[in-house]
Design a protein around this ligand. Structure first.
Ligand code: HXC
Ligand code: NAP
Length: 264
């Protein structure tokens, strides 16, 4: 799909938390295709094993809840025992549903914050002494909700804003040996996230295209390419940043702006 060399990640070990479906599974598959040894983790053991089977014959599918520090530490250790110390860790587990603040219990809010934000802290905190350094690369999967206020998404907005700050603080604390970055996908076709946020769209709603500069939803593989670049030597001087892979979704209503400029 790209100019990345087929062996770009040969000799590297990658752990993808939440890598058992969707965008994160796509990232795990791309890492493996470029030569990395890969482990993925989610809550559901059968789903994790099925995902591993799709990734590579030696990929590990592990069961761990990112809200449980000891469980995620155990999964990371299993990955290291099987494949050697870690070079790449992705924190992508997330939970989401549409609900107004007044339709959300304290536990509902806490549940999403715990999965997305505490989970990211847990994954990164637990992996640190298992990393091959210097040169290790950590990637958090965040979202535009981190910086944009989105109704019915108070839990995800708060959680992902926190994830962005975890990225920035750890980049400061763990440089120069470890680089820490985030990827903020836009609407990605064929994912659980968009099935929840735009129900009935079958993953490719055209009703939302006018707000996107590139006038389409993204593909899982397009997010995976950014992850590959971030953990490659080409990004050796990149840390503490959030890369938007969103077709310009956060720039505003592209159609309206172009009409105002006489371009539409
Ligand atoms: C209001 C809800 C709710 C809803 C659950 N709750 N769904 N409240 N509206 N639609 C409440 C429950 O009533 C409960 O509160 C609390 O949330 C916890 O629910 P549980 O079912 O016990 O939680 P759990 O089993 O841990 O499941 C977590 C989950 C679930 C987030 C609720 O949907 C899940 O497992 N999601 C994982 C998959 C997923 O969401 N993928 C998309 C992520 S990507 P009470 O008070 O009753 O105890 C994504 C893309 C967009 O989101 C990016 C934006 C950031
Ligand atoms: P998805 O398919 O639902 O993937 C979520 C993954 O996280 C699954 O592997 C799931 O497996 C795991 N998971 C959920 N809760 C967990 C927990 N408590 N502990 C461990 N693993 C857990 O979601 P997606 O739509 O591809 O989204 C992936 C990432 O991209 C998320 O971080 C999301 O916020 C971000 N994102 C997505 C979009 C989009 O368009 N979809 C847009 C912006 C950002 P189990 O259920 O087995 O645990």
């Amino acid at each position: 799909m790209t100019a990345f060399k087929d062996n770009l990640l040969a000799g590297k070990t990658a752990f993808v938390a939440g890598g058992t479906s969707g965008i994160n599974l796509g990232i795990a598959k791309r890492f493996a295709a470029l030569g990395a040894k890969v482990a993925v983790a989610g809550r559901n053991a059968e789903k994790a094993q099925n995902a591993a089977a799709q990734i590579a014959p030696d990929a590990l599918g592990l069961s761990a809840d990112v809200r449980n520090y000891e469980a995620i530490r155990g999964a990371l250790q299993q990955a290291v025992d099987a494949h050697g110390n870690l070079d790449i860790v992705v924190s992508g587990a997330a939970g989401n549903f549409l609900a107004p603040a007044l339709g959300m219990s304290a536990n509902a809010f806490k549940t999403v914050v715990d999965i997305d934000l505490l989970g990211t802290f847990n994954v990164f905190r637990a992996c640190h002494d298992l990393l091959n350094t210097p040169g290790a690369s950590l990637i958090a999967i965040t979202a535009g909700q981190a910086v944009n206020a989105v109704p019915l998404q108070i839990h995800a907005c708060a959680a992902k804003a926190g994830v962005n700050q975890v990225v920035r603080v750890l980049a400061m604390e763990w440089g120069p040996d470890v680089r820490v970055n985030g990827i903020s996908p836009g609407p990605i076709a064929g994912t659980e996230g968009m099935a929840r946020l735009a129900p009935g769209s079958e993953g490719r709603s055209t009703g939302t295209h006018e707000r996107i500069a590139l006038r389409r939803w993204g593909e899982i593989e397009e997010v995976a390419e950014a992850a590959v670049w971030l953990c490659s030597d080409s990004a050796a001087y990149v840390t503490g940043t959030i890369i938007d892979v969103d077709g310009g979704s956060q720039l505003g209503d592209a159609t309206r702006r172009n009409m105002a400029r006489g371009l539409a």
